[in-house]
Design a protein around this ligand. Structure first.
Ligand code: HMG
Ligand code: MG
Length: 299
């Protein structure tokens, strides 16, 4: 069966904009987040408090976050890799953070300049301090299916790091198909492996990039397995500057179209969302890759 309702965790402003070659003006980012909230999204990841030289596209995080102060009833999580990032975020009143680990050594090195275990050690005080303050903490887990340097990733390796992130105290895990190579059978195998290791399905979200056009099929497989949190990015923006083969995330519009057809509630106003992605595409100077956005705008 399918869940009656799905929580969409919108990542366009973070995963989407971190990957743009041009730096988007902070006013445009602020308007983007406001429009996403107005479209009915209840979780809108806003930005990252990472090293500004590593991700110059999001170096304006401290300027952006206060511009979102008037948004009510919407969670605005941010990425924090380390205590320096957490301190910057706490100073601005952030209430929800995400650390981001990797199932593979190659990506841990490329993305965090650490081994997998060194990154977990870096996250430990971040999660502990955030929980002490009553923040909600998500743990991303990248390269859950395939890695551009290492190839297919065995389920037990993912399970090990997933359990480690849970043990640190993460409320929720997001299973990342960073380069978009997963297929539904692999999704089922991973979810079964995690269930077998005692990781509760209600603590899991899925994060599919759409490189091979499998993101919707993978999402449906995850929903059938009991997952109710799905990451998506408005207009299909996204990628990762530290994994060159990564393309955009599952487009939120494509997800909403499918869920609407299935009678699954999301609370999202599809018309408003499409208008937002079309507006953003104009700012970025290229059309949205989302099939649903294109179909509904006849462009
Ligand atoms: P490092 O070079 O090892 O940093 O980078 P360090 O710990 O050695 O510190 C060096 C200097 O950086 C210090 O300054 C720190 O204060 C400063 P100094 O004392 O030399 O003057 N520094 C910072 N400044 C501001 N904010 C900070 C910060 N941290 C240190 N937070 C580091 C390690 C983790 C910082 C770096 O690797 C980094 O920022 N990485 C971020 C990478 C990133 O954002 N990737 C994209 C997000 S992940 C993703 O997209 C995947 C996902 O979508 C899921 C999926 O698709 O799979 C989530
Ligand atoms: Mg991603």
């Amino acid at each position: 069966g399918l869940p009656p309702r799905v929580r969409i965790y919108e990542v366009g402003a973070r995963d989407g904009l971190q990957n743009e070659s041009a730096v988007v003006p902070v006013e445009v980012k602020a308007e983007f987040v406001h429009r996403l909230a107005d479209a009915g999204l209840t979780t809108v990841e806003a930005t990252s408090f990472v090293h500004p030289k590593w991700v110059p596209q999001l170096a304006d995080a401290a300027e952006l976050f206060p511009m979102l102060h008037d948004i009510r009833g919407v969670a605005l999580p941010v990425l924090v890799p380390n205590e320096r990032g957490l301190d910057r975020a706490l100073g601005l009143g952030v209430r929800s953070v995400a650390v981001f680990g990797s199932a593979t050594e190659s990506f841990a090195k490329a993305n965090l300049n650490r081994t997998v275990d060194e990154s977990l050690a870096m996250f430990a005080p971040v999660v502990a301090r955030a929980k002490e303050r009553g923040l909600r903490v998500r743990g991303y887990l990248s390269m859950c299916f395939g890695d551009p340097w290492e190839g297919p990733v065995p389920v037990p390796r993912v399970v090990r790091v997933a359990k480690a992130l849970r043990d640190l105290g993460c409320d929720e895990l997001s299973l990342g198909d960073t380069i978009g190579v997963a297929t539904p059978g692999h999704v089922r195998a991973l979810l079964a492996g995690l269930a077998g290791a005692g990781v509760p399905v209600d603590a899991l979200g899925v994060h599919f990039h759409d490189t091979y056009g499998q993101a919707l099929a993978n999402t449906l497989a995850a929903l059938q397995h009991g997952v109710t949190t799905v990451d998506a990015s408005a207009g299909g923006l996204g990628g990762c500057p530290f994994a060159k083969s990564a393309t955009g995330n599952l487009a939120t519009e494509d997800l909403v179209w499918m869920l609407r057809g299935l009678g699954v509630e999301t609370g999202v106003d599809l018309g408003r969302l499409v208008a937002t992605s079309t507006w953003m595409a104009d700012r970025l100077g290229r059309p949205s890759p989302s099939r649903t956005v294109r179909a509904l705008t006849h462009k």
